[in-house]
Design a protein around this ligand. Structure first.
Ligand SMILES: C[S@@+](CC[C@H](N)C(=O)[O-])C[C@H]1O[C@@H](n2cnc3c(N)ncnc32)[C@H](O)[C@@H]1O
Length: 269
C-alpha cells in the first residue's frame, strides 16, 4: 500500500471516528501496516473498496478504530517531568497534612501496559514516601485495550521500556526473569487496573492527580477533547492537577492553568 494512499484514507476516516490526523502523522506507518493487513484479510482490491465496505458498517468502523490504537509507552517517559512530580508536585499535596494518615488518589487514563501507573508508584516509593510519613498512594489505571491491560497485570518488560530509569532503580525495583525485567510486588499493589473507554466512562471518586498523556490531546478530535477534559476537570479534587504529554497543552477555555511553571502540569481553575 502506498504511503500517500494510506494518508489520504486516514485523513478521510479518522475524523469520522472523532480522531484527528495530525496526531497520527508520525506514527502512521504502524497504523498503515495494520490497515493493509485488514484489507488483505478481507481479500479486498484496495482502500477504495475498503471505504465501500465501511459504508454503513458500524462493526467494521469499530474494528478500524482498534487498528488505529497507538499503545507505545515507557517508564518515566519525559524523565524530567517525573522527577518534578516526585520532588515538587506530589510533596505539595502531602505537605498540606504533614502528620500523614491520608491517601493520595491518582488516575492514569490510557495507561497502556502499565508503564505510566507503575512509574508513579516507583517515583512514590523512591522519592516521595521517605518525606511523607503516613501517606499512601492509590492509582486507578484505565485503558480500553484488553491486551495492554493483560501485559500491565503481568508487569514484565523488555530493557527498552526501562531505558529512562536510573540504573539503581532498574536494579532494586525489578527482578530479572527469562530476559525480562519484572516489577517487584510492592510497586504493583497500589495500582488498580480497569478496562474502560475514556470517551464514555470515568472511574468512581475524585482524584488529586490525573495523568492523561499522549492520548486525548494527541489523537482525539477537538470536540471530543473538550468533552473529556470537562469530565477530567470534574473528577479532580479542588487543588488537583492534570498531567499531560510533553507536546500537549490544554485549550484556553478548558479550566486549567499552568501549575507553578512545571512543564506538563496544570492546576484545576
Ligand atoms: C500512546 S498510549 C499512551 C500511554 C501513556 N499514557 C503514555 O503517555 O506513555 C495511548 C493509550 O491509550 C489507550 N486508549 C486509546 N483509546 C482509548 C479510549 N477510548 N479509552 C481508554 N484508553 C484508550 C490505548 O489503548 C493506549 O494504551
Amino acid at each position: 500500500m502506498r504511503d500517500a494512499d494510506c494518508v489520504e484514507f486516514l485523513q478521510w476516516a479518522l475524523p469520522q471516528m472523532d480522531m484527528r490526523w495530525p496526531g497520527f502523522r508520525k506514527v502512521r506507518r504502524q497504523v498503515c501496516r495494520r490497515v493493509a493487513a485488514r484489507v488483505a484479510e478481507l481479500a479486498l482490491a484496495d482502500l477504495q473498496v475498503y471505504r465501500a465496505v465501511l459504508a454503513g458498517n458500524a462493526a467494521e468502523w469499530d474494528h478500524l478504530a482498534t487498528l488505529c490504537r497507538v499503545t507505545v509507552s515507557r517508564f518515566l517517559r519525559d524523565r524530567e517531568l517525573w522527577f518534578a512530580l516526585g520532588r515538587e508536585v506530589l510533596p505539595a499535596f502531602t505537605a498540606q497534612v504533614p502528620d500523614g494518615g491520608r491517601q493520595l488518589r491518582c488516575w492514569s487514563a490510557g495507561c497502556a501496559s502499565g508503564e505510566e501507573p507503575y512509574s508513579l508508584t516507583l517515583v512514590w516509593y523512591q522519592l516521595v514516601q521517605p518525606v511523607a510519613a503516613g501517606w499512601k498512594i492509590s492509582v486507578t489505571a484505565t485503558d480500553i485495550d484488553d491486551e495492554v491491560l493483560r501485559r500491565a497485570r503481568r508487569a514484565c518488560y523488555g530493557a527498552g521500556s526501562l531505558r529512562e530509569l536510573p540504573a539503581e532503580w532498574r536494579q532494586s525495583c525489578f527482578q530479572r526473569r527469562d530476559g525480562e525485567y519484572c516489577l517487584r510486588r510492592r510497586f504493583l499493589e497500589p495500582v488498580e487496573l480497569l478496562g474502560q473507554d475514556l470517551r464514555r466512562h470515568t472511574p468512581v471518586g475524585r482524584f488529586h492527580m490525573i495523568l492523561c498523556r499522549n492520548l486525548v490531546l494527541t489523537y482525539f478530535s477537538p470536540h471530543l477533547q473538550q468533552r473529556i477534559l470537562g469530565r477530567l476537570r470534574d473528577a479532580l479534587l479542588s487543588g488537583g492537577v492534570l498531567v499531560l504529554g510533553s507536546h500537549e497543552y490544554p485549550p484556553e477555555n478548558a479550566g486549567f492553568a499552568s501549575w507553578r511553571h512545571v512543564k506538563g502540569v496544570y492546576g484545576k481553575q
